[in-house]
Design a protein around this ligand. Structure first.
Ligand code: SF4
Length: 79
């Protein structure tokens, strides 16, 4: 029997592309806070399913396309 490989969603910021305006922290405050310079600090653990719509909205509204969602295998490794 083949084991089921569960996937999780994590949130990432491209720190080169990010301009630090903080839109993401306003749209996903449960997962993103800003540092003293206004740049996002993102939780690295798996995003709960009920926050995924908010996270997708934050990604869609990032002005520099720096915010991304990634699907990873449960436990942290990329698929
Ligand atoms: S919305 Fe995008 S550009 Fe703005 S702080 Fe967040 S990741 Fe950076």
């Amino acid at each position: 029997m083949t084991p089921v490989r569960r996937k999780e969603t994590t949130v990432h910021v491209d720190r080169i592309a990010c301009n630090g305006q903080g839109v993401c922290a306003e749209l996903l405050p449960e997962w993103i806070v800003l540092d003293d310079w206004g740049y996002p600090i993102v939780r690295g653990d798996a995003l709960p399913a009920d926050l995924e719509p908010h996270a997708r909205w934050a990604v869609a509204n990032c002005p520099t396309l720096a915010l991304k969602l990634r699907k990873v295998r449960a436990g942290g490794s990329p698929p």
